[in-house]
Structures are given as C-alpha cells and as structure tokens.
Write a protein that binds this ligand. Structure first.
Ligand SMILES: CCC1=C(C)/C(=C/C2=NC(=C\c3[nH]c(/C=C4\NC(=O)[C@H](C)[C@H]4CC)c(C)c3CCC(=O)O)/C(CCC(=O)O)=C2C)NC1=O
Length: 182
C-alpha cells in the first residue's frame, strides 16, 4: 500500500533517480486541510450515502429483491449493503492517502471474479457506485440539495473554495471501481 509520498519514492527508485515530483508533493501538503474536509464530508455521511445508493439501485431494478434476485433474501441484502460500505470506505482511504493502491490491493483485487462466481450483477453494483460518486462530489462541494435528500438533508457547512482537484481525484477512484468491475 502506497501514499502520495511513498509513491514518489517508489517511482524515483524505479528510474534510479532522485525524488523529483516535489511540486506535486508540495501541492498535496498545501491542500491537506481541504483533503481532510473532503474525507470527512464522505465519512460522516457514509451510512446515509450507502443506504440511499443501494435503495436507488433497487428502485431502478426491483427484480433484485424478488426471489432469484441477488439482494434476496435478507442475507444477500445485508452482504450488498456491506459491500457498498466496503467500497466507499476504501475510496475514502485512497482519497486520504492521495493514492489508489490501497483501493486496488485490498478491495478491487479479485472482486470481479468473486462477483462472477457468486452471480452478483456487476451492472447493478456499478449503478450503486455511480450514485455514491455523485453523492460524494455533492457532499465535498456542499452542493447537495434538500430536493434529493428529503428529511435527511444535511450541509457540511465547510468553507467554500475551489475543490475541483479533489472532486476530480475522488471521481477517479469511483471510476476505478467501475472500470475494474466492467
Ligand atoms: C475488504 C474487501 C472485500 C470485498 C470487496 C468483499 C466483497 C465480497 N462480496 C461478497 C458477496 C456478496 N456481495 C453482494 C453484493 C450485491 N448484490 C447485489 O445484487 C448488488 C448489486 C450488490 C450490492 C451493491 C452479495 C448479495 C453477496 C452475497 C452473494 C451470495 O452469497 O450469494 C463476497 C463473498 C463472501 C461474502 O458473502 O461475504 C465478498 C468476498 N469482501 C471483502 O472482504
């Protein structure tokens, strides 16, 4: 498992050169508080995001909770919610460390094969991950709306600034999950 710093060392070592991406690391440090706010925006809304994403996925494909569907019976429903939680958790770890390796190595490695062995539909999983991606960006930028959140509407109230680099980065981790299952 690597982070932004160990990644710079490993890449330098691979080309037997000195650490060269110091500008990148400087930017990583300079945006540290923003990054922590972004991780907090996801982590502190995680249970709401997970249940909403899985509910949305089922709402669009109700066969999932009927006999023969992969969210039926409750044991599978629980496994599905747990998997959504695992995926979101590893995305936050990647965002915190500024590197995708923890997500790749500990969550995505072999997941597609596991799903195909168990008959877990990856298109549905991808749909739930897409919803979590949209939610995560909305929570990080504090642009979530009461219309979509209903009674659970909650603003982070963090200082407004330019979060485009962090939202692009977190989106790339969700895209990584999607492409590894597709
Ligand atoms: C730390 C890394 C890690 C990951 C990623 C992980 C995933 C994972 N998901 C599993 C099962 C499962 N995953 C799902 C998920 C779903 N079913 C659906 O219809 C939806 C599309 C989707 C939820 C979004 C289900 C239903 C099962 C149980 C399948 C079965 O036993 O028939 C299994 C098989 C063992 C088990 O049931 O616990 C693993 C290993 N486990 C891990 O330790």
């Amino acid at each position: 498992m690597l982070d932004a710093f160990s990644r710079a060392v490993v890449s330098a070592d691979a080309s037997t050169s000195v650490v060269s991406d110091l500008a990148g690391l400087k930017a990583f440090i300079a945006s540290g508080n923003k990054r922590l706010d972004a991780v907090n925006a996801i982590a502190s809304n995680a249970s709401c995001m997970i249940s909403d994403a899985v509910a949305g996925m089922i709402c669009e494909n109700q066969g999932l909770i009927q006999a023969g569907g992969n969210c039926y019976p409750n044991r599978r429903m629980a496994a599905c919610l747990r998997d959504a939680e695992i995926i979101l958790r590893y995305v936050t770890y990647a965002l915190l460390s500024g590197d995708a390796s923890v997500l790749d190595d500990r969550c995505l490695n072999g997941l597609k094969e596991t799903y195909s062995a168990l008959g877990v539909p990856t298109t549905s999983t991808v749909r739930a991950v897409q919803i979590m991606k949209i939610q995560a960006v909305a929570h990080i930028t504090d642009t979530n709306t009461e219309a979509n959140a209903g009674k659970k509407f909650r603003k982070m109230g963090s200082i407004q600034g330019d979060c485009s680099a962090l939202t692009a980065e977190v989106s790339s981790y969700f895209d990584r999950v999607i492409s590894s299952l597709s």
